[in-house]
Design a protein around this ligand. Structure first.
Ligand SMILES: Cc1cc2nc3c(=O)[nH]c(=O)nc-3n(C[C@H](O)[C@H](O)[C@H](O)COP(=O)(O)OP(=O)(O)OC[C@H]3O[C@@H](n4cnc5c(N)ncnc54)[C@H](O)[C@@H]3O)c2cc1C
Length: 164
């Protein structure tokens, strides 16, 4: 969702992305657990379930044609490393975004360079104040856009009220 506005800015080009399901720390953890566990019988799937959501693990196990009870000892180190590297850079082809009806924020709007940021007043038209979505600001998911709307609304409202 956070990437969708970047994707729409370059909709002509064929785009793809790679998902890292592990990150450096989890990859090292997985490697350690694999070599530690491979000394005694273990279920290969349990390795992955300890660090990834079950749906993700189920997806990859289906892809790798492995089952719940695949023995860890039956997976050679080279295959384990192949699985690990697939989890670190899983390619996804982008087919588009869900469009305006599903959008949560809109890119574009009044550039910040045209605004006095302490009062939110337009540099071009004195006495005109802006806040929130109308400005060219896009925050990631997590409350940043509401925070932006409320804080700029407060600043703009106070400055407008103090106008002579
Ligand atoms: C489904 C959804 C989920 C979201 N979830 C989050 C989230 O979890 N966290 C987050 O930070 N942000 C989220 N956002 C974004 C966030 O809600 C907006 O960035 C924020 O509400 C923008 O505030 P605003 O006051 O600038 O604009 P708006 O909230 O859009 O307010 C504009 C108001 O102006 C009114 N209006 C429009 N035209 C006129 C007119 N001509 N005359 C009078 N009134 C008019 C509209 O009816 C509306 O009430 C979400 C947005 C959507 C759509």
């Amino acid at each position: 969702m956070n990437l969708s506005h970047l994707i729409t800015q370059d909709a002509v080009r064929e785009q793809s992305l790679q998902i890292d399901f592990l990150c450096e720390e989890k990859a090292a953890f997985l490697e350690g657990r694999y070599f530690e566990a491979s000394r005694s019988p273990f279920f290969y799937k349990n390795l992955y379930l300890s660090i990834l959501p079950e749906k993700v693990v189920d997806f990859f196990f289906k892809k790798w044609r492995l089952t719940e009870t695949t023995a860890g000892e039956s997976i050679p180190a080279a295959i384990f490393r192949k699985h690990k590297s697939e989890l670190r850079g899983f390619p996804v082809k982008i087919r588009g975004v869900k469009g305006y009806p599903f959008a949560q924020v809109s890119a574009g709007g009044v550039p910040l360079s045209e605004i006095n940021l302490s009062s939110m007043e337009s540099k071009k038209i004195p006495g005109l104040f802006f806040a929130g979505e109308i400005l060219d600001v896009v925050g990631p998911c997590g409350g940043y856009n509401l925070h932006w709307a409320i804080s700029t609304g407060l600043a703009a409202g106070e400055a407008a009220a103090l106008q002579p």
